[in-house]
Design a protein around this ligand. Structure first.
Ligand SMILES: NC(=O)c1ccc[n+]([C@@H]2O[C@H](COP(=O)([O-])OP(=O)(O)OC[C@H]3O[C@@H](n4cnc5c(N)ncnc54)[C@H](O)[C@@H]3O)[C@@H](O)[C@H]2O)c1
Length: 270
Protein backbone atom coordinates (compact mmCIF):
# COMPACT_ATOMS: atom_id res chain seq x y z
CA UNK A 1 0.00 0.00 0.00
CA UNK A 2 2.80 2.41 0.90
CA UNK A 3 4.26 2.26 -2.60
CA UNK A 4 0.99 2.93 -4.38
CA UNK A 5 1.70 6.62 -4.89
CA UNK A 6 5.46 6.53 -5.20
CA UNK A 7 6.98 7.49 -8.56
CA UNK A 8 10.67 6.86 -7.88
CA UNK A 9 11.11 4.75 -11.02
CA UNK A 10 9.43 7.32 -13.26
CA UNK A 11 10.66 10.07 -15.55
CA UNK A 12 7.89 12.61 -16.02
CA UNK A 13 7.75 15.11 -18.89
CA UNK A 14 5.36 17.98 -18.29
CA UNK A 15 4.70 20.01 -21.41
CA UNK A 16 3.39 23.42 -20.37
CA UNK A 17 5.11 22.93 -17.00
CA UNK A 18 5.88 26.63 -17.43
CA UNK A 19 2.21 27.43 -16.74
CA UNK A 20 0.17 27.54 -13.57
CA UNK A 21 -1.59 24.17 -13.67
CA UNK A 22 1.18 22.28 -15.49
CA UNK A 23 3.73 23.77 -13.09
CA UNK A 24 1.81 22.54 -10.08
CA UNK A 25 1.42 19.11 -11.66
CA UNK A 26 5.19 19.02 -12.25
CA UNK A 27 5.77 19.84 -8.58
CA UNK A 28 3.39 17.14 -7.43
CA UNK A 29 5.12 14.50 -9.57
CA UNK A 30 8.47 15.65 -8.19
CA UNK A 31 7.20 15.38 -4.63
CA UNK A 32 6.18 11.77 -5.33
CA UNK A 33 9.75 10.95 -6.41
CA UNK A 34 9.66 11.23 -10.22
CA UNK A 35 12.49 12.87 -12.12
CA UNK A 36 10.66 15.80 -13.71
CA UNK A 37 11.35 17.45 -17.06
CA UNK A 38 9.61 20.82 -17.12
CA UNK A 39 8.98 21.56 -20.80
CA UNK A 40 7.86 24.76 -22.47
CA UNK A 41 8.86 27.83 -24.42
CA UNK A 42 9.59 30.21 -21.55
CA UNK A 43 12.98 29.34 -20.04
CA UNK A 44 12.69 31.79 -17.16
CA UNK A 45 9.44 30.33 -15.90
CA UNK A 46 10.47 26.75 -16.64
CA UNK A 47 13.77 27.09 -14.81
CA UNK A 48 12.04 28.75 -11.85
CA UNK A 49 9.59 25.84 -11.62
CA UNK A 50 12.38 23.26 -11.89
CA UNK A 51 14.25 25.09 -9.11
CA UNK A 52 11.16 24.98 -6.90
CA UNK A 53 11.10 21.20 -7.33
CA UNK A 54 14.81 20.76 -6.60
CA UNK A 55 14.63 23.17 -3.63
CA UNK A 56 11.95 20.88 -2.21
CA UNK A 57 14.32 17.91 -2.51
CA UNK A 58 13.19 16.58 -5.89
CA UNK A 59 14.96 16.17 -9.23
CA UNK A 60 13.97 18.44 -12.10
CA UNK A 61 15.33 20.26 -15.13
CA UNK A 62 13.89 22.63 -17.71
CA UNK A 63 13.89 21.60 -21.38
CA UNK A 64 12.90 24.09 -24.07
CA UNK A 65 10.37 22.82 -26.61
CA UNK A 66 7.30 23.96 -28.47
CA UNK A 67 4.36 21.56 -28.32
CA UNK A 68 3.61 22.39 -31.95
CA UNK A 69 7.08 21.51 -33.22
CA UNK A 70 7.79 17.82 -33.72
CA UNK A 71 11.52 18.54 -34.06
CA UNK A 72 11.80 20.40 -30.78
CA UNK A 73 9.71 17.78 -28.95
CA UNK A 74 11.88 14.99 -30.28
CA UNK A 75 15.06 16.84 -29.29
CA UNK A 76 13.61 17.28 -25.79
CA UNK A 77 12.69 13.57 -25.64
CA UNK A 78 16.30 12.58 -26.38
CA UNK A 79 17.79 15.18 -24.01
CA UNK A 80 15.46 14.09 -21.18
CA UNK A 81 16.45 10.43 -21.54
CA UNK A 82 20.16 11.45 -21.47
CA UNK A 83 19.62 13.54 -18.35
CA UNK A 84 17.41 11.07 -16.50
CA UNK A 85 19.17 7.88 -17.62
CA UNK A 86 15.84 6.42 -18.76
CA UNK A 87 13.11 7.36 -21.22
CA UNK A 88 10.02 9.31 -20.23
CA UNK A 89 7.38 7.10 -18.60
CA UNK A 90 4.85 9.79 -17.61
CA UNK A 91 3.75 12.47 -20.06
CA UNK A 92 1.58 15.35 -18.90
CA UNK A 93 0.11 17.40 -21.73
CA UNK A 94 -0.63 20.72 -20.07
CA UNK A 95 0.13 23.15 -22.90
CA UNK A 96 -3.09 24.77 -23.99
CA UNK A 97 -5.49 27.61 -23.55
CA UNK A 98 -7.92 29.84 -25.34
CA UNK A 99 -7.30 32.75 -27.73
CA UNK A 100 -9.29 35.98 -27.33
CA UNK A 101 -9.85 36.16 -31.12
CA UNK A 102 -11.57 32.77 -30.97
CA UNK A 103 -14.02 33.93 -28.28
CA UNK A 104 -17.36 35.28 -29.42
CA UNK A 105 -17.90 38.67 -27.74
CA UNK A 106 -21.13 39.30 -25.82
CA UNK A 107 -23.86 39.71 -28.45
CA UNK A 108 -21.33 38.63 -31.11
CA UNK A 109 -22.00 36.55 -34.18
CA UNK A 110 -20.87 32.90 -34.46
CA UNK A 111 -20.96 33.22 -38.27
CA UNK A 112 -18.19 35.84 -38.08
CA UNK A 113 -15.79 33.77 -35.97
CA UNK A 114 -12.45 33.94 -37.81
CA UNK A 115 -11.34 30.56 -39.12
CA UNK A 116 -7.67 31.34 -38.40
CA UNK A 117 -8.43 31.81 -34.71
CA UNK A 118 -10.45 28.57 -34.65
CA UNK A 119 -7.54 26.71 -36.23
CA UNK A 120 -5.04 28.24 -33.78
CA UNK A 121 -7.08 27.00 -30.83
CA UNK A 122 -7.39 23.51 -32.32
CA UNK A 123 -3.68 23.45 -33.12
CA UNK A 124 -2.66 24.49 -29.64
CA UNK A 125 -5.03 22.31 -27.61
CA UNK A 126 -5.49 19.23 -29.79
CA UNK A 127 -2.31 19.02 -31.89
CA UNK A 128 0.33 20.58 -29.60
CA UNK A 129 -1.61 19.88 -26.42
CA UNK A 130 -2.16 16.16 -26.97
CA UNK A 131 -1.55 14.63 -30.41
CA UNK A 132 2.07 15.44 -31.30
CA UNK A 133 3.60 14.86 -27.84
CA UNK A 134 1.75 11.54 -27.54
CA UNK A 135 3.14 10.44 -30.91
CA UNK A 136 6.66 11.52 -30.04
CA UNK A 137 6.90 10.32 -26.44
CA UNK A 138 4.52 7.37 -26.85
CA UNK A 139 6.87 5.12 -28.81
CA UNK A 140 9.42 5.00 -25.97
CA UNK A 141 6.63 4.05 -23.59
CA UNK A 142 5.44 1.26 -25.89
CA UNK A 143 9.02 0.00 -26.22
CA UNK A 144 9.40 -0.02 -22.42
CA UNK A 145 5.96 -1.61 -21.95
CA UNK A 146 4.94 1.01 -19.40
CA UNK A 147 3.69 4.57 -19.52
CA UNK A 148 1.03 7.00 -18.45
CA UNK A 149 -0.18 9.90 -20.56
CA UNK A 150 -2.28 12.53 -18.82
CA UNK A 151 -4.00 15.03 -21.10
CA UNK A 152 -5.40 18.22 -19.66
CA UNK A 153 -8.82 18.69 -21.19
CA UNK A 154 -11.41 20.98 -19.58
CA UNK A 155 -14.87 21.17 -18.13
CA UNK A 156 -15.77 22.99 -21.33
CA UNK A 157 -14.98 19.81 -23.25
CA UNK A 158 -17.78 18.08 -21.33
CA UNK A 159 -20.32 20.92 -21.19
CA UNK A 160 -19.78 23.42 -24.03
CA UNK A 161 -19.40 26.85 -22.44
CA UNK A 162 -20.98 29.93 -23.97
CA UNK A 163 -18.72 32.13 -26.13
CA UNK A 164 -15.61 29.87 -26.08
CA UNK A 165 -16.79 27.69 -28.93
CA UNK A 166 -13.43 26.72 -30.46
CA UNK A 167 -11.86 26.00 -27.08
CA UNK A 168 -14.84 23.85 -26.00
CA UNK A 169 -14.80 21.87 -29.24
CA UNK A 170 -11.00 21.42 -29.10
CA UNK A 171 -11.09 20.18 -25.51
CA UNK A 172 -13.93 17.82 -26.38
CA UNK A 173 -11.68 16.45 -29.11
CA UNK A 174 -8.89 16.01 -26.54
CA UNK A 175 -11.24 13.85 -24.44
CA UNK A 176 -12.20 11.84 -27.52
CA UNK A 177 -8.55 11.35 -28.52
CA UNK A 178 -7.77 10.26 -24.95
CA UNK A 179 -10.38 7.51 -25.17
CA UNK A 180 -9.33 6.51 -28.67
CA UNK A 181 -5.67 6.22 -27.78
CA UNK A 182 -6.42 4.43 -24.52
CA UNK A 183 -8.13 1.71 -26.52
CA UNK A 184 -5.46 1.67 -29.22
CA UNK A 185 -2.62 1.20 -26.71
CA UNK A 186 -4.51 -0.73 -24.03
CA UNK A 187 -2.43 -3.90 -24.33
CA UNK A 188 0.93 -2.14 -24.63
CA UNK A 189 1.24 -1.07 -20.99
CA UNK A 190 0.61 2.56 -21.90
CA UNK A 191 -2.41 4.13 -20.20
CA UNK A 192 -4.01 7.32 -21.47
CA UNK A 193 -6.29 9.42 -19.30
CA UNK A 194 -7.45 13.02 -19.04
CA UNK A 195 -8.03 15.49 -16.26
CA UNK A 196 -10.72 18.09 -16.85
CA UNK A 197 -10.24 21.04 -14.53
CA UNK A 198 -13.20 23.25 -13.79
CA UNK A 199 -12.21 26.85 -13.20
CA UNK A 200 -8.78 27.67 -11.84
CA UNK A 201 -7.60 31.28 -12.08
CA UNK A 202 -4.48 31.28 -14.27
CA UNK A 203 -2.69 33.61 -16.67
CA UNK A 204 -4.78 32.66 -19.70
CA UNK A 205 -8.20 33.19 -18.07
CA UNK A 206 -7.63 35.73 -15.26
CA UNK A 207 -9.00 38.66 -17.26
CA UNK A 208 -12.12 36.67 -18.07
CA UNK A 209 -12.77 35.92 -14.38
CA UNK A 210 -11.63 39.05 -12.48
CA UNK A 211 -11.85 42.81 -12.89
CA UNK A 212 -8.74 44.89 -12.26
CA UNK A 213 -9.92 45.60 -8.68
CA UNK A 214 -10.10 41.82 -7.95
CA UNK A 215 -13.91 41.57 -8.02
CA UNK A 216 -15.52 38.94 -10.25
CA UNK A 217 -16.38 39.85 -13.83
CA UNK A 218 -19.95 39.07 -14.82
CA UNK A 219 -18.73 35.78 -16.26
CA UNK A 220 -16.63 35.00 -13.17
CA UNK A 221 -19.70 35.55 -11.01
CA UNK A 222 -21.83 33.32 -13.25
CA UNK A 223 -19.27 30.53 -12.97
CA UNK A 224 -19.12 30.75 -9.19
CA UNK A 225 -22.94 30.74 -9.13
CA UNK A 226 -22.93 27.54 -11.16
CA UNK A 227 -20.27 25.79 -9.06
CA UNK A 228 -21.80 23.85 -6.13
CA UNK A 229 -18.71 24.43 -3.98
CA UNK A 230 -19.07 28.17 -4.62
CA UNK A 231 -15.42 28.88 -5.40
CA UNK A 232 -12.68 28.50 -8.00
CA UNK A 233 -10.20 25.63 -7.79
CA UNK A 234 -6.68 25.92 -6.44
CA UNK A 235 -3.91 24.40 -8.60
CA UNK A 236 -2.77 22.13 -5.75
CA UNK A 237 -6.18 20.45 -5.91
CA UNK A 238 -4.98 18.73 -9.11
CA UNK A 239 -2.06 17.05 -7.33
CA UNK A 240 -3.87 13.94 -6.04
CA UNK A 241 -5.38 12.96 -9.39
CA UNK A 242 -2.08 13.67 -11.16
CA UNK A 243 -0.06 11.37 -8.91
CA UNK A 244 -2.77 8.70 -8.96
CA UNK A 245 -3.02 8.64 -12.77
CA UNK A 246 0.77 8.76 -13.14
CA UNK A 247 1.33 5.85 -10.78
CA UNK A 248 1.63 2.45 -12.45
CA UNK A 249 0.69 0.89 -9.09
CA UNK A 250 -2.22 3.09 -8.04
CA UNK A 251 -4.05 3.30 -11.39
CA UNK A 252 -2.80 0.20 -13.23
CA UNK A 253 -6.30 -0.73 -14.53
CA UNK A 254 -7.40 2.84 -15.31
CA UNK A 255 -7.29 4.00 -18.92
CA UNK A 256 -9.52 6.10 -21.17
CA UNK A 257 -10.94 8.05 -18.24
CA UNK A 258 -11.62 11.75 -17.93
CA UNK A 259 -11.43 12.92 -14.33
CA UNK A 260 -13.36 16.12 -13.66
CA UNK A 261 -11.89 18.28 -10.90
CA UNK A 262 -14.46 21.00 -10.83
CA UNK A 263 -16.10 21.59 -7.43
CA UNK A 264 -19.21 19.84 -8.79
CA UNK A 265 -19.63 22.11 -11.86
CA UNK A 266 -20.51 19.26 -14.21
CA UNK A 267 -23.16 17.92 -11.81
CA UNK A 268 -25.36 20.98 -12.15
CA UNK A 269 -27.86 20.96 -14.97
CA UNK A 270 -29.63 24.29 -14.47
N1 LIG B 1 -7.01 27.43 -15.59
C1 LIG B 1 -8.17 26.83 -15.81
O1 LIG B 1 -9.21 27.16 -15.22
C2 LIG B 1 -8.25 25.68 -16.76
C3 LIG B 1 -9.45 24.99 -16.82
C4 LIG B 1 -9.54 23.91 -17.69
C5 LIG B 1 -8.47 23.54 -18.45
N2 LIG B 1 -7.31 24.26 -18.38
C6 LIG B 1 -6.22 23.80 -19.22
O2 LIG B 1 -5.09 23.54 -18.41
C7 LIG B 1 -3.90 23.67 -19.18
C8 LIG B 1 -2.95 24.60 -18.44
O3 LIG B 1 -3.52 25.89 -18.42
P1 LIG B 1 -3.24 27.01 -17.31
O4 LIG B 1 -4.57 27.47 -16.84
O5 LIG B 1 -2.23 26.54 -16.34
O6 LIG B 1 -2.69 28.17 -18.22
P2 LIG B 1 -1.23 28.78 -18.39
O7 LIG B 1 -1.35 29.79 -19.46
O8 LIG B 1 -0.71 29.21 -17.07
O9 LIG B 1 -0.38 27.53 -18.88
C9 LIG B 1 -0.29 27.09 -20.19
C10 LIG B 1 1.18 26.93 -20.49
O10 LIG B 1 1.31 26.34 -21.77
C11 LIG B 1 2.37 27.00 -22.43
N3 LIG B 1 2.22 26.86 -23.86
C12 LIG B 1 1.32 27.45 -24.66
N4 LIG B 1 1.54 27.10 -25.94
C13 LIG B 1 2.60 26.26 -25.93
C14 LIG B 1 3.29 25.55 -26.93
N5 LIG B 1 2.95 25.65 -28.23
N6 LIG B 1 4.33 24.78 -26.57
C15 LIG B 1 4.71 24.67 -25.27
N7 LIG B 1 4.07 25.32 -24.28
C16 LIG B 1 3.04 26.10 -24.61
C17 LIG B 1 2.21 28.46 -22.00
O11 LIG B 1 3.39 29.20 -22.26
C18 LIG B 1 1.92 28.28 -20.54
O12 LIG B 1 3.13 28.20 -19.80
C19 LIG B 1 -4.35 24.19 -20.55
O13 LIG B 1 -4.50 23.10 -21.43
C20 LIG B 1 -5.72 24.79 -20.26
O14 LIG B 1 -6.52 24.82 -21.39
C21 LIG B 1 -7.16 25.32 -17.55
Amino acid sequence: MNNLFELKSDVAAVIGGTGELGGLMAESLGSAGAKVAVIGRNAERGEARAKKITDAGGEAKFFAADGLSAESLDAARVAIADWAGAPTSVLVNAAGGNRPEATIPPGGDFCKLPLDAWRDVFDLNLVGGALLPSQIFGQDMIDAGVGSIINIASMSGIIPLSRVVAYSAAKSAVINLTMWLAREWATTGVRVNAISPGFFPAEQNRKLLFNDDGSYTERGGQIIGHTPMGRFGKPEELAGATIWLASRNASSFVTGQNIAIDGGFASVTI
